[in-house]
Design a protein around this ligand. Structure first.
Ligand code: CA
Length: 730
């Protein structure tokens, strides 16, 4: 399609004889050239790095004679530093640029407007890459793409690694000039967006609640959403008359949500969760929505993040709450091996308006294990069920309008599963549903990222004991390398700063590391650490308060990190007070912290002090925190102090697990403000099992928001008060 367009353009240039192609090598040359552009002209940026370049691309092309901004070679013009792009005018085309190694100094990287009153129309951004172009302040909000104006197209672009706050891409309807816009967003690659740990991590939003009763007429088709995890909403529709079709969602946490606005169509989309936590499907709210012929498979999400959710509304809802579901058409969807379907979800005193005038027909709900996955939260008499099928579910709450008997599935040529039984031929998705070809999205010249294998993928570097031998080895280790310690004593005279993932392993015999600065390891941007079999001692640490064995950078970090501790010993972090094993900074975020088969003793601070986000804004410090098979003795602070405050419901975690571990004399230090051996404030998913607590402060759990699940089982409490669980009271 692209080749065709360029060929067409060349043809037109030949026809007019007036069109010019201008190659520019500096920002000054660009600015001079752009002022003089005529319809059909092309301005070409020379290959190389363009630093601190705020590109303003304005002009008036003609329907078959656009003005084009492109790269000398696609992919070899790299815009870095404090840079961005604004388009204003009409019939403009931008292609081939890469935004990398920097961030926008304004609130947007690519904006389809110059000012509030000067917008872009009939314009197109294509084959452009935005790669980790993040503000270094994690919670400084900005946006990668903002569409304004009308009849614009954003296609075949590659957006990967948005990690700071702010939706990746949005369609704005904030003036008449941007409403009923008929934009097209197609064939883009929306690559991995890590968990943000806060609201504001949507990948695509169309509209805002304020203009949500306005039609947008935006088409979102054939896009690939790959691991778009940011928050509960992958796509948030907040306007009317949009069509989302033919998109592919793979292992993306969250859902496509009809948040506000009416008369939207979601059809022919494929959601593949592959059993990944919190992967969801479609959530229906508002009037006149159509959900047709979507294929949803292997989705694990629950509550508002389930595979399929129909919400209750608020009677006479204000714009920013929940309108009642009215006249929804839900047909021919296949929901296969997924954990949760929620009907009349969110039913409570405020959300009391049940779905009405709605149709649910010819849908296939299949779970191989015949388990019921449907929860009905309120009256669903306003939904007319017919021609649906269930796979012999014994205790299904759905009866009328369902055939409920054993179903055999077969895989069709398109890779999707269909009932073998001819009688069910009209149930579930149609045979002609096409699964998006991933290679048709994004650009061919910029690779899509593979799986996130952070550790143990590189070389092994052997290290001998001594002063700074470990420090020196780390300094030339590459990402994924293993630093292997020979038995003996190691001393670090400097903080070892990690900006890449690294394993430090002692495989042959005891290796003890001491350190002379306020921390042994510091995780900087891009850093992750795995400790395996080592002993860390605080004996040589400075005699001041607030040391750490491991800490993050003291500044905000946009890259999420991992910290894994296995088969290791941590002892004598008791030089002065408040000596933690691990101290993250505010506005840093752990994807995962795991402590396994390890021993901690004589510590004057906490082991994991994830209590730095105290502003109650729904922000927290880590997603999965897991401790198993480990022992903790004589710890003055808490083993884990995890804080997630605020009532915002856009996030998934924190998740906390403590299993098969022993805590003895934990939590009694006078500086332990948590007054707990384990404090969980606002965690969403907690599993504390098979542990022994001896002469320790109690476990304190406080439920703050959502429907948190706390399971405590088979724990022994000796000389330790029973856990204190305080339920959420709004
Ligand atoms: Ca949100």
């Amino acid at each position: 399609m692209i080749r065709f367009t360029l060929a067409a353009l060349t043809f037109i240039l030949g026809q007019t004889g007036l069109a010019e192609t201008l190659l520019v090598g500096t920002q000054e040359e660009y600015e001079n050239a752009v002022d003089a552009l005529e319809p059909g002209d092309t301005i070409v940026l020379e290959n190389g790095e363009w630093r601190d370049f705020e590109i303003l691309f304005t002009g008036r092309g003609e329907p078959d004679n656009p003005i084009t901004l492109t790269a000398e070679t696609k992919g070899e013009v790299v815009i870095t530093g404090q840079s961005n792009l604004r388009l204003a005018g009409e019939y403009l085309v931008v292609s081939g640029l890469v935004f990398r190694d920097g961030h926008t100094p304004t609130n947007t990287v690519i904006s389809f407007r110059r000012t509030r009153g000067d917008l872009a129309y009939h314009s197109r951004v294509t084959e452009t890459v935005i790669d980790h172009f993040n503000n270094p302040e994690r919670h400084e909000t900005d946006f990668w793409v903002m569409m304004y104006g009308k009849n614009n197209r954003f296609d075949h672009n590659h957006l990967v690694g948005k990690s700071n706050a702010g939706v990746t891409m949005a369609v704005r309807l904030d003036s008449e000039e941007s409403q009923q816009n008929h934009h097209r967003i197609d064939h883009n690659y929306f690559g991995p967006r890590p968990v943000l740990g806060s609201n504001g991590g949507e990948t695509l939003r169309i509209g805002t609640s304020h203009y949500s009763l306005t039609d947008s007429f935006t088409v979102v088709e054939n896009n690939f959403f790959d691991r778009c995890d940011g928050e509960l909403e992958i796509i948030s529709i907040k306007s009317g008359s949009n069509t989302l079709r033919g998109n592919l969602f793979v292992e993306s946490r969250g859902t496509l949500t009809f948040r506000h606005g009416n008369g939207n169509i979601v059809e022919n989309n494929v959601f593949l969760g592959n059993g990944v936590d919190h992967t969801g499907g479609i959530r229906v709210i508002n009037f006149d929505q159509v959900v047709r012929n979507n294929y949803l498979h292997g989705l694990t999400g629950h509550r508002f993040g389930g595979a399929f959710v129909v919400m209750n509304g608020v009677p006479d809802s204000p714009l920013n709450r929940y309108f009642q579901v009215d006249n929804a058409l839900i047909e021919n969807n296949s929901i296969i091996d997924s954990d949760h379907i929620e009907l009349a979800a969110g039913s409570d005193e405020e959300r009391s308006a049940t779905p009405v005038n709605s149709v649910f027909r010819s849908n296939l709900i299949y779970n191989e294990d015949q388990r019921n996955n449907v929860t009905v939260h309120d009256d669903i008499g306003g939904i007319d069920f017919s021609g649906n099928a269930l796979n012999e579910v014994e205790d299904s709450p759905l009866r009328d309008g369902f055939v409920n008997s054993g179903i055999e599935l077969r895989q069709a040529a398109n890779g999707l599963l269909y009932p073998v039984d001819e009688a069910l031929a009209e149930t579930g998705v149609t045979e002609d549903l096409q699964v998006l070809d991933r290679s048709s999205t994004g650009v061919s010249w910029y690779p899509k990222p593979g799986p996130d294998n952070r550790f143990d993928t590189g070389e092994t570097i052997e290290v001998e004991p001594g002063l700074d031998t470990l420090t020196d080895a780390v300094s030339f280790a590459g990402a994924g390398d293993i630093v292997s310690l020979a038995p003996g004593d190691y001393l670090a005279s400097k903080v070892i700063v990690l900006d890449r993932p690294l394993t430090v392993r002692a495989a042959e015999g005891p290796a003890t590391i001491e350190f002379e600065r306020t921390a042994l390891f510091e995780l900087a941007e891009g850093g992750s650490l795995k400790l395996d079999g080592v002993t860390i001692s605080g004996r040589s640490a400075p005699d001041i308060s607030g040391n750490s064995a491991v800490r993050t950078s003291r500044h905000s970090m946009v890259n999420n990190y991992m910290l894994i501790v296995e088969n290791s010993t941590v002892e004598d972090l008791d030089m002065n007070y408040s000596f933690n094993f691990f101290t993250p900074a505010k506005h840093t975020f752990a994807d995962r912290i795991e402590i396994t088969d390890s021993s901690f003793r004589n510590i004057t601070g906490s082991v994991l002090a994830l209590d730095k986000e105290i502003d109650d804004l729904g922000i927290y410090n880590g997603e999965y925190i897991s401790i198993t098979g480990s022992s903790f003795r004589n710890i003055e602070g808490a083993v884990a102090d995890i804080y997630r405050g605020g009532t915002d419901e856009s996030t998934f975690g924190p998740h906390f697990e403590l299993r098969s571990s022993t805590l003895e004399a934990v939590g009694y230090g006078s500086r332990n403000k948590s007054e707990a051996s384990v404090r969980l404030h606002g965690a969403q998913d907690t599993d504390i099992a098979d542990n022994e607590f001896v002469d320790s402060r109690p476990v304190r759990v406080r439920h703050i928001v959502g429907e948190p699940v706390t399971v405590m089982s088979s724990n022994r409490f000796v000389g330790t008060p029973e856990p204190i669980l305080i339920e959420f009271s709004p």
